[in-house]
Design a protein around this ligand. Structure first.
Ligand code: FES
Length: 487
């Protein structure tokens, strides 16, 4: 009849109907009238965000588990072509009628669309629905900047799934995670191919997911957060774009050589380890297989060796790593300085209070207690602690740092602190060229639910569970860091 116009439907019913729509249709609905525009900004309609796909006409908005985990190769290749076109794009160039120019123009369209969409999300949508967002996938984005990621993370404190695969973001993307418990429900973090990422990000991640060793009463995180949000109407932190990457291209060039003529897939160059450096790394691996200690060191190190799974103290070992030149060792010093409070924690090397906390990772026997959510350590000096006493859950189940070649043991140690990663199942450290079996051992000792089939690291490291763990995933990859990519 005449009275059944859609506008008479109550808001709740309209929102129910909106659930059947994709992001494109929701945007159209928001243009109907101001009431609809408000209703479209209902949090439950925007749980899973895939702006890179949406910009290319794929409006999937379901949970990530229903997505094919590995996007198809052609799709990735197209995006990489777009990235190349975007980087080479010259606004003022003369109009070129060739077919190649036409393809580039199409690519540019998609890229510009993506950029507009990201800005729109950050400015118009996330301030309203950010706290309901669970998934943000920016994998293979060619336009996302560290500043954008920073804004997104500030606006979405309840994120569970964050995919930044193959983007150019730097550590500064995670500045908003300096706060304890900033993204404490994070379960899935994919940083595969993010070559600019260093230990700083891992330190911030460890803070973001909370600290299970601090009793709840002394944390007051929700209170602190609520106060912060109240104090400023807009929680978006707009910081200047700057890079905290202390290694940079100079050091990269020092270790790698560009494969002649090789562009790999898309825009990022293929880096091949300099054979001279490779020899040194193999020396170091061999040295570590022998236990890494000389006869006179062996006596002092024996207790640590037993407890840390057969390795010598990381501090001494690091000093002795043969491939570290003067330039590189000052890099290490800088890094140690920058990461300040993270110390090796071994009682023979450090004596500060922070160090004592760190020891837990490497020296305490730890075992799952059957129920994966309940994780005990058997460290006698610390006594028992359980996740439910402290409130923090450190819910991370999936972590990929594949190709983040700058990450070191120090970064892994940051993750071992604060209660370790009690629910971690999947850990990909392929192409992390500076980690050693010491760092791996320490981290694995606080990951009681790790599934070794989903545990990947460099084939040249004689690390924990070597017989069960999967090898390096980047051997055949061609565009992600790997010490053997020249083979
Ligand atoms: Fe060593 Fe790939 S990083 S085998």
């Amino acid at each position: 009849g005449a009275h059944t116009h859609v506008s008479v439907l109550p808001g709740e019913v309209l929102v129910r109907l909106f659930r059947y729509l994709g992001p494109d249709d929701l945007c159209r609905c928001s243009q109907v009238c101001s009431t609809w525009a408000e209703l479209v900004k209902t949090g439950s309609l925007w749980r899973h965000l895939y702006p890179v796909r949406w910009a290319r006409g794929d409006y999937y908005c379901g949970p990530p588990s229903e997505l094919d985990q590995d996007p198809d190769e052609e799709w990735v290749q197209n995006l990489q072509e777009e990235g190349r076109a975007y980087q080479e794009w010259d606004e003022d160039a003369d109009i070129d009628e060739s077919e190649e120019a036409h393809e580039d123009a199409l690519a540019m369209n998609a890229v510009q669309q993506e950029k507009r969409l990201l800005n729109g999300l950050i400015q118009n949508l996330l301030p309203a629905v950010g706290s309901s967002v669970r998934t943000v996938s920016l994998a293979y984005s060619v336009t996302v900047s560290s500043k954008m990621v920073r804004q997104i993370l500030s606006l979405c404190p309840n994120l569970k799934h964050l995919d930044l695969t193959q983007t150019d973001i730097t550590d500064s993307a995670f500045e908003s995670w300096e706060e304890l418990g900033a993204c404490s429900s994070l379960e899935h973090l994919d940083l595969s191919g993010c070559e600019n990422i260093t230990d700083h990000t891992l330190k911030r991640l460890s803070l973001a997911i909370g600290d299970m060793t601090i009793p709840t009463c002394s944390k007051n995180i929700p209170d602190r957060r609520a106060k912060l949000l109240k104090a400023s109407p807009s929680p978006v932190k707009l910081l200047d774009e700057h890079s905290t990457c202390s290694m940079g291209r100079t050091r990269q060039a020092f270790i790698f050589k560009r494969r002649p003529g090789g562009r790999g897939m898309g825009c990022s160059p293929v880096w091949v380890l300099d054979p001279a450096e490779l020899a040194d790394i193999e020396d170091a691996a061999d040295w570590s297989r022998r236990g890494g200690v000389s006869a006179q060191d062996e006596e002092k190190g024996s207790i640590l060796e037993l407890q840390a799974g057969g390795g010598p103290c990381c501090c001494r070992r690091r000093k002795r790593r043969s491939y570290i030149t003067d330039t590189a060792s000052s890099y290490w010093q800088q890094l140690y300085g920058a990461l300040g409070e993270v110390q090796c924690g071994h009682s023979t090397c450090c004596s500060s209070d922070t160090a004592v906390r760190t020891v837990k990772g490497a020296q305490c026997g730890s075992q799952p207690t059957g129920d994966s959510a309940e994780f005990r350590t058997t460290c006698p000096s610390e006594g028992d602690y359980r996740t439910d006493q402290t409130g923090a859950s450190r819910a991370l189940r999936f972590l990929s740092l594949s190709g983040c070649y700058q990450v070191t043991d120090l970064g892994l140690r940051c993750l071992s602190q604060g209660g370790g990663l009690p629910l971690l199942e999947h850990l990909n450290l392929s192409g992390c060229l500076f980690i050693t079996e010491i760092g791996l051992q320490e981290l694995v000792s606080v990951c009681p639910t790790l599934n070794y089939e989903h545990f990947y690291y460099c084939d040249n490291i004689n690390g924990p569970h070597a017989d069960m763990a999967s090898g390096c995933q980047n051997l055949q990859c061609g565009f992600r860091a790997c010490c053997r990519s020249g083979d």
